[in-house]
Write a protein that binds this ligand. Structure first.
Ligand code: SAJ
Length: 416
């Protein structure tokens, strides 16, 4: 594939847009496609729809080889980076992938390459996407899956340095795909068939979800045993073959809380362990609220200040954030609440940016996301709270320091 050839990237989200930028800055002509008119308008004006470290600079470098459109145009390569959400019944909803394949089929030509980056259940490429691309036409289509492993907050760095799996419907599909990613990826490439690549992506995320579920189970266990899970975990992790992850208010983001479900009803055996892990992680908002209730005993019409609604530290992404479940339960309990987050924009609820205003007349701070901003708080400087109580679901604060400032402090899993 020569660098002056054209690549059409469908879906300009957290993965699609940086990938389009990397390809354009490596010399490919890139057409970025998104169904959202607002996003396309913004990008045409050279403005970014979300923030990610380094993206501004990369976008500027890539801009001369980048154009934006609402529909795919004829190209040499098509990259599908659209979301794969869950239905209400926790089944994969492939409507965006299917629509992308249909849109591509209108402009595809003989010997074009289609790469699926979206996370999809095994078999999707071969059984669903390929027939849609070919339709009734008899020509050659190359098709592969090249799952992305970059982590939000470090997307650009990891897109370049992570090792990559590429699986294709045939060897030539794999060969062409590797050539394209080689233009900016410094990590190693591991090559396989398309079904295996689809499966590998999902088991990576399921494995992390499973390990977080274990940590969450330990946190719940420790609360009855007067053992601090954070200390216990630290000590256990000194073992050379143990790596226990961190408990928290739940697992958010568009990957870990979604992808494992793609496997739950799969195969002959089904997957009890993966499903149980999902249920444990989804139970954490309830557990957090139960613990906060104990702290609020005797306080009528409590007012809570939520600290952090991003799905994880130091990002503005709130997709599938467990904070939404926490808020839903608080509303059922008829608790009043205010929300503070230094990063998140356009949330489902109002966010108070001014920290002092957000804590004013509050009875309890509920730390859900361990943004650095909260780690650096000085408890002695907090003014105007009605009761000085804090629940920290991420072990972000120094318990002793806050206690010295008169706070009643509970850290998730601290044994009490
Ligand atoms: N979390 C914990 N405890 C931990 C680690 C994470 O509760 O010890 C929570 C976070 O707070 C967050 C959620 O899990 O709510 C997910 O965060 P994350 O940082 O573990 O992962 P993501 O969703 O940002 O990115 C994952 C990554 N997958 C793996 O590490 C196996 C990333 O490499 C993938 O590219 C990404 O999913 C994706 O797009 O699939």
């Amino acid at each position: 594939m020569k660098k002056n050839e054209t690549i059409c990237v469908l879906g300009l989200g957290y993965i699609g847009l940086p990938t389009a930028c990397f390809l354009a800055s490596s010399g490919y002509q890139v057409i970025g496609v998104d169904k959202k008119m607002e996003k396309v308008k913004l990008l045409k004006k050279s403005r970014l729809p979300f923030s990610e470290p380094g993206l501004n600079k990369l976008f500027k470098k890539a801009r001369k080889n980048l154009e934006f459109s609402l529909k795919p145009k004829p190209a040499d390569v098509f990259l599908i980076c659209v979301p794969t959400p869950l239905t209400k019944n926790k089944k994969v909803d492939l409507k965006y992938v299917i629509q992308a394949a249909k849109d591509i089929s209108k402009v595809i030509r003989d010997e074009n390459l289609v790469i699926i980056e979206s996370t999809v259940p095994p078999g999707t490429g071969e059984k669903i996407v390929l027939p849609l691309l070919k339709g009734k036409k008899y020509f050659d289509v190359y098709l592969s899956h090249a799952p992305e492993r970059a982590i939000p907050g470090k997307t650009l760095l990891e897109m370049v340095n992570n090792n990559r799996i590429i699986g294709g419907i045939d060897e030539h599909s794999v060969f062409l795909t590797k050539e394209i990613y080689s233009s900016f990826v410094k990590g190693k490439f591991y090559l396989t068939d398309i079904n295996t690549a689809e499966f590998v992506k999902i088991i990576e995320n399921s494995s992390r979800d499973l390990n977080i579920a274990f940590a969450n189970e330990l946190a719940k266990l420790c609360d009855g045993l007067k053992i601090n899970v954070w200390e216990a975990r630290k000590l256990a992790n000194f073992h050379p073959r143990v790596n226990i992850l961190s408990p928290g208010a739940g697992v958010g983001g568009h990957c870990l809380s979604v992808d494992p479900w793609f496997l739950v009803r799969g195969g002959i055996a089904g997957t009890k362990m993966i499903k149980t892990s999902r249920l444990i992680n989804d139970s954490m908002p309830y557990y957090v609220i139960e613990s906060v209730s104990k702290l609020l005993k005797g306080i009528k019409n409590p007012k809570i200040t939520i600290l952090g609604v991003a799905y994880k530290a130091n990002v503005d992404d709130w997709r599938e954030t467990p904070a939404l479940k926490v808020i839903e339960i608080m509303k059922k309990n008829k608790w009043q609440f205010q929300i503070h987050d230094p990063y998140v924009k356009d949330f489902s609820y109002e966010i108070e940016r001014n920290f002092q205003k957000a804590v004013k007349s509050s009875d309890c701070l509920l730390l859900l996301t361990d943004h650095n901003f909260y780690k650096q708080l000085k408890p002695e400087k907090l003014k105007g709270m009605r009761h000085k109580i804090i629940f920290d679901s991420r072990n972000a604060i120094d318990k002793e320091k806050w206690q010295k400032s008169g706070f009643k402090v509970k850290i998730l899993g601290d044994g009490y």
